[in-house]
Design a protein around this ligand. Structure first.
Ligand code: FAD
Length: 285
């Protein structure tokens, strides 16, 4: 099943993102998480790829586990630290394991500023390479507020066009907490004649520590109502859990009510959150 075939505008779609365990940790816990998530019948589950391309074995094993549970798998892949030979080998492994969908990313540069060598400069180079190597459906990342290194949203959109020209079949957005940011971005895509499907990345924020990490990673703008929620409930874990889920549901309902059909949930490997959200949307998606 190619993910792009699910994105035909006829139906709303809900998919999940999970991440593999840390290096050296057993995969059993992740397999249990996949089983619980698969039982919720998402349209697909994506599996992230270790920073700097580390631990790609676990990425494939878990993507395979997703499809063994009867759910289409989307394997993330980054190129920041990769040679063409390495990527070609990984594509062969994905093919052998029946994985047909890849989210092609550049990856983040090392935090300590050290240089990494790569045969690929940008995600668009990786997308082009994958498309030439085989019959894969390939997605890419996009940033409604502009990627932090792009030097502005408009420049970033010019670069997104390069991903589309390289063969990108769909985009998944970085998380955002104000839907107007996404609606604005969609207008800019329209103006740039970028017409591939876009999936909204929604992150239910259920604890304060997590929120600090989010700002660091994504630099996303936090609206006043989001900050008020954290201020009021942040010190009560159970309340914050409920509030974070309700906030994410509010975003999703608003998106669907405004004709935006596709939602990709950053589950943080928590089946209970995926379950609460899926069940609350049972008559909506
Ligand atoms: P690119 O598309 O290459 O863009 C990077 C920067 O370069 C942008 O500023 C862009 O505007 C600019 N640019 C692009 N092309 C050009 C060009 N031709 N000329 C000049 N500038 C250009 N990271 C992981 O390590 N593992 C994961 O599994 C993972 N999953 C992710 C999933 C999603 C949905 C998202 C949104 C991000 C994910 N990331 C992941 C993080 C991602 O790797 C980083 O955000 C990274 O900094 C950029 O990746 P990219 O694919 O968007 O890069």
């Amino acid at each position: 099943m190619y993910i792009v075939d699910l994105l035909d505008g006829k139906k709303s779609r809900l998919s999940f993102e999970i991440f593999p365990p840390k290096r050296g940790m057993p995969l059993e816990g992740s397999k249990e998480i996949i089983k619980e998530m698969a039982a919720l019948n998402p349209d697909f589950i994506s599996v992230t790829y270790g920073a700097l391309g580390n631990d790609s074995d676990n990425n494939v094993l878990l993507a395979k586990e997703v499809s063994n549970n009867g759910v289409p798998a989307l394997a993330h892949m980054t190129c920041i630290n990769a040679t063409k030979d390495k990527i070609a080998r990984e594509l062969e492994i994905l093919k052998k394991n029946g994985i047909k969908n890849i989210l092609a990313l550049r990856g983040d540069k090392p935090k300590d500023g050290s240089e990494v060598k790569s045969d690929f400069m940008y995600a668009s180079d990786l997308i082009e390479f994958i498309k030439k190597q085989g019959d894969f459906c390939v997605g890419g990342a996009c940033y409604p507020e502009g990627h932090p290194q792009a030097g502005g949203v408009e420049k970033d959109i010019d670069n997104l066009k390069k991903k589309v020209d390289a063969g990108c079949d769909f985009f998944i957005t970085q998380m955002f907490f104000d839907n107007n940011i996404l609606y604005n971005f969609m207008y800019r895509l329209l103006r740039a004649k970028i017409q591939i499907p876009v999936l909204a990345g929604i992150m239910p924020v259920t604890n304060v520590r997590q929120m600090k990490g989010i700002i660091e990673i994504s630099g996303t703008m936090l609206p006043a109502k989001f900050k008020a929620m954290v201020e009021k409930f942040g010190s009560n874990q159970d309340a914050m859990n409920q509030a974070g889920i309700v906030y994410a549901l509010g975003q999703i309902v608003d998106l669907i009510a405004n004709g935006f059909n596709y939602v990709h949930l950053y589950t943080l490997n928590k089946p209970s959150i995926a379950k609460a959200i899926t069940e609350s949307l049972s008559c909506i998606i």
